[in-house]
Design a protein around this ligand. Structure first.
Ligand code: GLV
Length: 325
């Protein structure tokens, strides 16, 4: 029997982190493409001192009970941690880590890629070609919306919101509005951003991009009422978490022309079911939650997640510690 601490790693992650975990721990690494079922997860976590989890795993009281009282650390391989019951972990003295910063630029790049794809109808145009419909150059065809000097509304002006605003302002001269419970003086000074109430943001923005975390306040905040306040030329971008938009309401707003287009890196649920009516709309660009999928982001996430796990096992401060207080 190994004298190293027993941990469960719920999926293979890049070697930059996995090798550290394997060297320091008695690691059980889930080898499959799909996540373990709930039953298997609860079995495999039993007796572990640490877990390296993904956003696909629900880490709640039941999970912590199944692990046992020796569980010291939950290292989540994501910046978001809505899949982890932080209050419950804190009550039990379990440290929780996440992987911020290393994915900020990659995520903002993805949000901007979705913005330009949805605005300029890129995916729809490709489908048009592949369907054999491209017969000639069309003066009235494929008309999208302009980007230059328009207004972007950032919902959640944290690290990623700021990085998105910087791309919009610096590259395209956009005016920046933002909605957040905190003031972001850096965004105000460097980008001329203006903090506004949500209704003003919805009413005045040409592009609305979501960068907030998922919590009880933001869940379903983009619903029929919100979409009806947006311009009918507006483009909605969500690269944060799917449940922040109401998917049925988004479908209806896109179909009825209440907004022009949407670009999503996240859906509710994930994966999006093949029968979801959103998949029938040409004005909705959807990616399978890939914003952090670049070499340096994923390597950086793997390293931080490994460091968080190992520090937590030793009772040391985590590099990125969610429940430090
Ligand atoms: C991905 O969505 C993350 O939170 O890192």
């Amino acid at each position: 029997m190994s004298d190293k601490p027993k941990v469960f790693v719920t999926r293979e992650i890049p070697a930059a982190g996995l090798e550290k975990v394997i060297a320091a721990c008695d690691a059980d690494v889930w080898p499959e493409h799909l996540p373990p079922s709930r039953d298997i997860l609860l079995q495999r976590i039993a007796g572990c001192e640490g877990v390296l989890s993904l956003l696909t795993e629900k880490v709640d009281a039941e999970f912590m009970d199944a692990a046992g009282t020796q569980l010291k650390v939950i290292s989540n391989f994501a910046v978001g941690f809505n899949n982890v019951d932080i209050d419950e972990a804190t009550r039990r003295g379990i440290r929780v880590g996440n992987t911020p910063d290393v994915l900020t630029d990659a995520t903002a790049d993805m949000a901007f890629a979705l913005l330009i794809s949805a605005s300029r109808r890129i995916v729809e145009s490709q489908d048009y070609i592949r369907a054999g419909k491209w017969r000639t150059w069309e003066p009235l065809g494929h008309i999208g919306v302009d980007l230059i000097e328009r207004t972007v509304g950032i919902v959640g002006m944290g690290r990623i919101g700021f990085a998105m605003a910087k791309r919009c302002h610096g590259g395209f001269g956009m005016k920046v509005l933002y909605h957040d419970k905190y003031r972001n003086e850096k965004a105000e000074q460097e980008l001329g951003a203006r903090q506004v109430d949500i209704d003003t943001l919805l009413k005045e923005s040409d592009f609305v991009s979501v960068h907030t975390d998922l919590n009880e306040t933001t869940k379903g905040m983009f619903n029929a009422a919100a979409f009806s306040k947006m311009k009918n030329t507006a483009v909605f971008i969500n690269s944060a978490r799917g449940p922040i938009h109401n998917q049925r309401d988004l479908h209806d707003a896109l179909k009825n022309g209440e907004i022009f287009a949407a670009g999503l890196d996240v859906t509710d649920p994930e994966p999006i079911p093949m029968h979801d009516p959103l998949l029938t709309l040409r004005n909705c660009v959807i990616a399978p939650h890939i914003a952090s999928a670049t070499v340096s982001s994923r390597n950086g996430m793997a390293e931080i997640a490994a460091d968080n796990l190992i520090a937590g096992l030793k009772g040391e401060p985590l590099r990125c510690w969610v429940n430090r207080e």
